[in-house]
Write a new protein. Structure first.
Length: 285
């Protein structure tokens, strides 16, 4: 219809709020049009309204359980809710219990949705990547093998996706496969040679393998590529403290302190100050 084409044009122009407004009116009058429900759920998910997106995606699936797009949109809504619960900082023990309960519930719902969508379309690289991520983050040690399988599948389908190789490497390291983790991080470096986090992660892996010089080299590149990265600076400072030139860390401490103050990370600031005092004591300064 003309109205549906107008909605699709708004989506194409990334006018999400207008698209939601028009879609809601259309769905109210035409509650059984699956594509309209899917479009509305997708826009709501993009706007961070994950509970509403979940409701409309589920309604679309009730109308057509074989609709791949509806399952994909439902998956994205579940992932958004899972991430929001993960970031929630509980104020007391009761809230902590509620957080863990919601994480467990949404992990199960997200996993189920991904199982269904990958049964319907096994070529969806992002689906394999997302399933690997949730299994790695929430599934525990017993899910590591399945997570690694899905990272491998995602890499086969999307070999130039640097995030796939980064996360696959992290999962391999968690499972104790250091050399394979190094191999994947080097593959990430091939795909994206100017990616600060790749150099930082590679540095960490090289240190674990006992190659301090190479680890330090990649840590320097990581900071050069992203001078305002607190994790990269912290990692470089740690490596300098392990080297035979620990005093080279001093200028980086100044930058780190400035960034921590700006970000109001007072706990990390105190920890970094303590590290510096310990280093000064060792150097007799």
């Amino acid at each position: 219809t003309t109205e549906q084409r107008q909605i699709e044009a708004l989506i194409e122009a990334e006018k999400w709020e207008e698209a939601v407004e028009k879609s809601e009116r259309f769905v109210e009058r035409n509650p059984k049009v699956v594509s309209a429900r899917v479009n509305l759920a997708s826009c709501l998910s993009i706007l961070g309204k994950f509970s509403e997106a979940e409701r409309h995606a589920e309604a679309a699936i009730e109308l057509d359980r074989a609709c791949v797009m509806a399952w994909m949109v439902l998956t994205n809504a579940h992932l958004g809710l899972l991430s929001s619960f993960k970031d929630w900082v509980p104020k007391n023990e009761e809230e902590e219990k509620e957080k863990q309960s919601r994480l467990k519930e949404n992990f199960a719902k997200t996993r189920h949705a991904l199982d269904v969508v990958l049964t319907l379309d096994d070529t969806w690289a992002e689906g394999h990547f997302n399933k690997a991520n949730i299994l790695s983050d929430y599934g525990g040690p017993e899910s590591e093998a399945e997570a690694l399988h899905h990272y491998e599948k995602a890499a086969e389908l999307s070999p130039e996706d640097v995030d796939v190789h980064i996360n696959w490497s992290v999962c391999l390291q968690k499972s104790g496969q250091l050399q394979k983790a190094l191999q994947q991080m080097r593959e990430a470096l091939r795909v994206s040679p100017n990616h600060s986090r790749v150099h930082q992660n590679l540095s960490s892996l090289l240190l674990s393998s006992g190659d301090l010089d190479s680890a330090l080299s990649h840590a320097k590149i990581s900071v050069d590529l992203d001078p305002s990265s607190i994790p990269a600076l912290s990692a470089l400072i740690t490596l300098y403290s392990l080297s035979d030139q620990p005093d080279l860390s001093f200028p980086h401490y100044s930058t780190l302190f400035r960034l921590l103050v700006r970000e109001r990370k007072m706990e990390e600031l105190m920890e970094s100050c303590l590290r510096l005092f310990v280093l000064l004591g060792k150097l007799g300064k």
